[in-house]
Design a protein around this ligand. Structure first.
Ligand code: B16
Ligand code: MG
Length: 232
């Protein structure tokens, strides 16, 4: 039997929590007199909480004491959690459950690889936690994506070599992290943004069971040069 390790990013792949990060960051930025746009929010995708606040302060040309920085991070997370607490299974992105259930049926190994420190509560809220054999999140890593640490720990916890793993990612940094780890990178989103990925799908509704079966059998492999490949 072929057994591969499938590692899913969370925000933007399983659920769209970027909209809640946006609302919480915008409230925080505006409270210190800094503008915050949806375009700026895009640049925070896959970026850690600390690094996100550093970027917002840079954009607004603000400096804060360490105490203020810590207090604002806590405030942002409190606001963010108020949105998360209202989530339910209806917020799972299209066909994510179909793909997860198919992988389970095929006895594949499944892990989560996210920068979020809130990954476990979010998975619980949408009733997907039990589908994952391993969870690696912002509490487990010291180096943020594009460093491959999060996915290498995921592969290790699954007991599967990185070259037999597959990462689903919506952020450029996450795709780069998978590529550095020699893991097959599957971008979920726009081709123009995720062109470094080995394969790209707009969302999981576009991913056929045949494609997943081909990954499992080893017919679908890492591209040696993504830029020259014809991405799906
Ligand atoms: P938290 P992912 C990332 O999750 C988000 O994309 C990013 O916007 C967020 O700042 C980061 O998690 C940290 O989240 O504040 O909950 O610890 O895409 O890696 O699943
Ligand atoms: Mg993401």
């Amino acid at each position: 039997m072929h057994k591969k390790g499938f590692i899913f990013d969370l925000d933007g792949v399983i659920v769209d929590t970027a909209k809640y990060h946006f609302l919480a960051w915008k409230k925080l930025a505006n409270s210190i007199g800094v503008d915050f746009s949806e375009t700026q929010n895009e640049q925070l995708k896959g970026v850690s909480r600390v690094r996100s606040l550093e970027k917002i302060l840079q954009w607004g040309n603000k400096t804060l004491s360490e105490e203020e920085f810590i207090a604002l991070m806590a405030q942002k997370n409190e606001d963010y959690l108020s949105y998360i607490n209202k989530m339910d299974a209806s917020e799972i992105l299209p066909d994510v459950s179909r793909v997860l259930d198919f992988l389970i049926e095929k006895q594949q190994a499944i892990a989560l690889g996210s920068a979020s420190k809130n990954a476990t509560p979010i998975l619980k809220k949408v009733h997907l936690l039990e589908k994952f054999e391993a969870i690696v999140d912002g509490n487990d890593v010291s180096k943020a994506k594009p460093n491959p640490e999060v996915f290498l720990i995921g592969a290790k916890l699954l007991g599967i070599a990185p070259e037999d793993c597959i990462v689903f990612e919506d952020s450029v940094a996450g795709v780069q992290a998978a590529n550095t780890a020699n893991i097959i990178s599957i971008g979920i989103g726009e081709k123009s943004v995720l062109h470094e990925a080995d394969y790209i799908f707009k969302d999981f509704t576009e991913m056929s069971q045949e494609f997943i079966e081909q990954i499992i059998s080893g017919e679908i492999q890492k591209q040696s040069n993504s830029d020259l490949s014809i991405n799906n």
